[in-house]
Design a protein around this ligand. Structure first.
Ligand code: HEM
Length: 414
């Protein structure tokens, strides 16, 4: 079996799709980075991969990706009861009123930042990254010095941007990440001795959270682990800037939706946000290592075998989605979304499996952004390179989406 690493680099997000086509199947075996791997797509595959604790994450992603996007010692690295317990911490912060507060804060900051713009050209991706950093650090209750540092260095966005890189760029951002971790660990230690963060904020909750340690006594998280979990809330929130930029691009490409969204059609904005997450590329694949001997459609999968679930190919799988390569928000009209079909943020369930706990708030953030873009913001989109390379992880419109003459105020159509 030949090694497909070069093909992965060349085909990018389409690596799996082309492999499935060549194999005439929804799974194929190959080698990546010299290691044998089974690549899967589809709703059944997502259920197999996500549900029932069949795959662990440890040892399943290259280190360059792992250290920037996933987190050693964090919820993603845990399995079973330890994972379920830690996951509750995230779900408590990201669902209900707390999650809504994050989305609301983002809306206020975005309106303010757009209103303060002086008519100069603005790169929306950069604006979203900056405003999300501002919103999430305030929401998390971080001390002003730490929040200011994260904003000034732009490290949260850089971690996302550099996740698909190797070599010097990746190392530089890893060093910046280490510094951010130290700042956050110090903030946790200070919060434990002199609490200043608002009750219920992420810093207060993570700093005071306890779980059984190795000998069964209850203990707070080591500051380093607490810092990593805080980063696990901060960085992916900033990553939503890509979806917001894709949402703005989709509005530009499909202007007919603008009036429905501006008119406050709640269903239209929800379908549009879901279609943005289905259609545009983000995670190409998710890797797992089998926790026990398994069989997939007659194929043996031995304990520790490496399996990749192709997320992009599943959200573009013609067996699930009609005309998968067209942007059609109306496909969600009346559709009951089965959890293992729309999987840009993972499959399975929130509590037991590794499905992204930030998924509901991601949808809310996109909706908040869409409403502002459609209803309150007026701008032009000058000529620019809006192509999205499917060879760059994570993908983005090349120009970042430049808008001109941004002003804020109720649009006439609303
Ligand atoms: C751009 C939007 C986002 C995308 C594309 C995304 C994608 C994903 C994916 C694919 C997973 C599953 C990884 C796996 O199976 O190992 C995941 C897990 C996770 N995400 Fe997100 N995510 C996003 C936003 C968020 C947000 C806003 C937060 C928190 C504020 C968040 C926090 C997490 C955490 C903590 C996990 C680990 C869950 C676990 O292991 O149980 N994500 N995300």
């Amino acid at each position: 079996m030949g090694d497909s690493t070069l093909r992965f680099i060349r085909d990018g997000y389409l690596f799996g799709t082309r492999g499935f086509r060549a194999a005439g199947s929804d799974h194929f075996r190959t080698r990546l980075l010299g290691r044998p791997v089974l690549v899967l797509r589809g709703a059944e595959a997502a259920r197999f991969f996500y549900e029932g604790g069949r795959f662990r994450r440890a040892g399943a992603m290259p280190r360059s990706v792992l250290t920037l996007l996933q987190d050693v010692g964090s919820v993603q690295a845990l399995e079973g009861e330890a994972h379920r317990r830690r996951k509750e911490l995230f779900l408590g912060l990201l669902r209900g009123e707390s999650g809504e507060a994050l989305a609301q804060r983002f809306g206020e900051e975005l309106r303010g930042a757009a209103g303060a713009s002086d008519g100069a050209d603005i790169v929306l991706l950069d604006l979203f990254h900056d405003v999300l950093t501002l919103a999430v650090t305030a929401w998390a209750g971080l001390p002003a010095g730490v929040a200011g540092d994260l904003r000034r260095t732009g490290v949260l966005a850089k971690m996302v941007d550099a996740a698909g890189t190797v070599g010097p760029e990746n190392w530089t951002v890893r060093a910046q990440r280490s510094r951010a971790e130290r700042l956050l660990a110090d903030a946790v230690v200070r919060e434990r001795t002199q609490p200043t963060a608002p009750a219920g904020s992420a810093l207060a909750v993570v700093a005071t959270y306890t779980e059984p340690d190795d000998i069964g006594a209850t203990a707070p998280l080591p500051p380093q682990v607490a810092a990593v979990e805080l980063l696990n809330l901060l960085r992916p929130t900033v990553a939503v800037g890509r979806y917001l930029t894709f949402a703005a691009l989709a509005l530009h490409r499909h202007p007919g939706w603008r009036d429905d969204i501006a008119a406050g059609d709640g269903a239209a904005v929800r379908w549009f946000a879901q279609e943005v997450r289905r259609f545009y590329p983000f995670f190409p694949v998710i890797g797992g290592r089998a926790t026990r001997d398994l069989t997939w459609k007659g194929e043996p999968v031995h304990r520790d075998d490496w399996v990749l679930l192709d997320v992009y190919a599943t959200t573009h799988d013609p067996a699930i989605w009609d005309q998968p390569d067209r942007f059609l928000p109306q496909r969600f009209d009346g559709l009951v979304v089965e959890p293992n079909t729309l999987i840009p943020q993972g499959g399975g369930g929130y509590e037991e499996d590794h499905r992204c706990p930030g998924e509901p708030v991601t949808v809310d953030l996109i909706e908040v952004g869409l409403r502002l873009l459609a209803r309150e913001f007026t701008y032009d989109v000058p000529d620019q390179d809006l192509r999205i390379s499917l060879r760059t992880f994570p993908a983005r419109p090349r120009s970042g989406l430049v808008v001109r003459g941004l002003t804020v105020g109720e649009r006439a159509a609303a």
